[in-house]
Design a protein around this ligand. Sequence first.
Ligand code: ADP
Ligand code: ASP
Ligand code: MG
Length: 430
Amino acid sequence: MAVIVQKYGGTSVGNVERIFNVARRISQTVSAGHRVAVVVSAMGHSTDELIALAKSISASPPEREMAMLLATGEQVTIALLAMALQELGCPAVSFTGSQAGVLTDGVPLNARIEQFSALRVREALQAGRVAVVAGFQGADANAEINTLGRGGSDTTAVALAAAIDAEVCEIYTDVDGVFTADPRVVPDARKQQEITYDEMLEMASQGAKVLHPRAVECGKENNVVIHVRSSFHSEPGTLVKEETGMEKGTAISGIAWDEDQAKIAVVGVPDKPGIAALIFGAIAQGGISVDLIVQSIRREGENDILFTVHADDLDKALLILEPLTKAIGAKELYHQRDVAKISVVGAGMVHHSGVAAGMFCALASEEINIEIISTSEIRISCLIEKSRVYDAARAIHRFFKLADDVADLEKSNLAPSFTSRNNQVCRGIQ
Ligand code: ADP
Ligand code: ASP
Ligand code: MG
């Protein structure tokens, strides 16, 4: 008998029929002799609907009330799923995040889990009941409700699996697993059998929405095997774990993109020590995270500093920067919303040269301009025009032949079969 955590996302519990399907799957797992704790998201698009409702009342709703509102979405699902399970004769009990013992750090809309006691979940499992826990929410030490950020139910699930020492954390979703790119945009994307925590973390952090980045982080820290799979059939999906034996030597594990970026440029900044510290210090004090950063030397004595922030933080960043840029004597403050970041991720990259060249080549073949480039050991990211991001994803996927069973560099940028609108550009590396 194993203890298993199953998490069902919004689409998987989008209506009554689907809730019953989920209940049937859970009850089959129970009948097979396992103890099951379930984490669920809000039904369908209900979180988006709650956000829209709040925005129809206030342009910038207070964060505390927003967390209070958004937490209701998951509460609807836990109650309905527990009812459906009982209807099928499977004993079940629902818990809010706080009842399940999710202690959060007090940040209303982007809280981290500090502790997960799971006391009542354990009691329920011992009593032979399915515990149905609301994802995405917890309460801080003052009993204030916090939410974990969009997609945060995944994190609840993995943290619960760690807390109750589950054998596996199954993330049931509306795709068959983790693909080399979002299969809705890149139709020939390939499902991966396995992926390492580090690669998955990089994919998730770069915008692959299939798993919440903090869920992967939590899985890695606690060595929880995460199985991402479809809620519509029972074929195995993708295992996220420490070591993957399957695809050794693969340079690239996937492509991810983030369409919610905004670019800020502080133009004509005096070239002297302390200026970058002032700019980024002020931004950090405003609680805003900066992503890509470039400093370019324009002319003697002056620089341009370019960086990106989450699109939702742009207005706040500009409010901070307007007086500051004047104070430091910068010439201009410029911003752009319609940008996106596209990234190629792969642990094998470190041993292969040519991934960056290949990526730039694929972008060039589509005449997509690169605005900012940033790299890590296992990632290369480019900031491009938002309207071209899907073209970029398809071109990069094609270029590296990621649809093939074993995608490796030898088969990609060295292949003579590369056909592009502008393959002149890439001749040098073929
Ligand atoms: P859930 O509601 O189940 O949490 P999400 O919408 O949060 O589902 O995540 C699943 C979605 O992630 C898929 O429908 C797919 O469009 C998207 N996605 C993005 N990148 C990938 C990828 N590399 N592999 C699989 N799905 C991806
Ligand atoms: N309901 C939340 C959201 O839509 C959390 C989740 O689904 O994981 O972001
Ligand atoms: Mg999700």
